[in-house]
Design a protein around this ligand. Sequence first.
Ligand code: NDP
Ligand code: GDR
Length: 351
Amino acid sequence: MSEQKKVALVTGITGQDGSYLAELLLAKGYEVHGIKRRSSSFNTGRVDHLYHDRHVPGASFRLHYGDLTDATNLIRVLAQVQPTEIYNLGAQSHVAVSFETPEYTANSDAIGTLRLLEAIRILGMEKTTRFYQASTSELYGKVQAVPQDETTPFYPRSPYAAAKLYAYWIVVNYREAYGIHASNGILFNHESPRRGETFVTRKITRAVAAITLGRQDCLWLGNLDAKRDWGHAKDYVEGMWRILQQDTPDDYVLATGETHTVRHFCDLAFGEAGIRLDWQGKGVDEVGVCRATGRVLVRVDPAYFRPTEVDLLIGNPAKARRVLGWRHTITLQEMAAEMVASDIAELKANG
Ligand code: NDP
Ligand code: GDR
């Protein structure tokens, strides 16, 4: 395998993780192919810079139109590309949105995974391609035990998590039934300046930037008590790659081993802009007040509460450390600083 040209196919390449993974694979000399969806507006902003990245000898980057809901498209792209590694990162990835679009979420996130695995079988690629599935800490859902590791029972709490549960098990089943080198990365939350704008960390850092520049008065959030194990996407795509380099396919938790509330992330992000928050009141009446000016900068809007919530996630990445030699390198404070600085720069640049 080491002599053979490595060819990666990445679904979800236009997303946060896809863009960092594409950079990593190109730097390693891979030929990288990605599936992008047709959209009425540009949707390749996170990877546009890679078209010009020709300084890595032999590296190449190509996008193909496609969709995880379109089996014939997936079969054709796989047949054309003949990937040695497939990273299935494509998904309707927003938990709150999955309550609004449960059927579509199941189609893309659950059955989309099955379609890719079936494409591998139909094309007789069981022994020539390795498969990575973007599984998630959302599988743990309603807390059964902490910290969560590869042996912790799953209890999904959203249509998204239920769809990802199917995807997780169909990957395990195709590995056991057909000998496909297929692995699940059970990744805890990971963020970056490229995080989608409606996920909570990015929503907060964008608001900090806008409030600092005088363009927004207040940030409205949902559940401030939710606890998440937040890492940086750059670290996590390195873990994905390491999972596929193992001789034996397996399932791994990637996490930092720390957990913090949404409220704490607000403290960190506003702190990066020199704003200290005091928290006053309880429940839906809780507010984050600027200590220096007394202005209310954060308020709670129950519209952002979810029908069922995941209260606490904290991962145990011991297996990934032991087997993959993987650990996170970027702290939450460093990531918050990078995200706030990036959002301030972006807002200034956009006038
Ligand atoms: P993003 O939402 O940033 O990216 C999702 C990608 O999937 C985008 O490229 C999107 O395309 C694409 N996509 C959505 N629907 C389809 C479809 N029907 N067919 C083909 N492509 C589709 O997610 P992240 O990068 O944050 O996450 C990557 C994967 O990892 C996802 O599967 C997510 O569920 C999972 N995950 C993420 C974690 C995180 O904390 N970030 C943690 C654990 C798992 P477009 O750009 O056109 O919208
Ligand atoms: P999550 O991420 O649901 O964990 O899924 P998100 O950032 O959306 O929510 C994290 C927590 O913050 C609470 N919250 C809010 N969330 C959003 N989006 N907007 C708000 O205003 C808000 N206020 C409070 C949420 O209730 C939640 O508890 C992410 C996605 O990337 C998934 O694809 C991935 O599988 C998991 O992480 C691991």
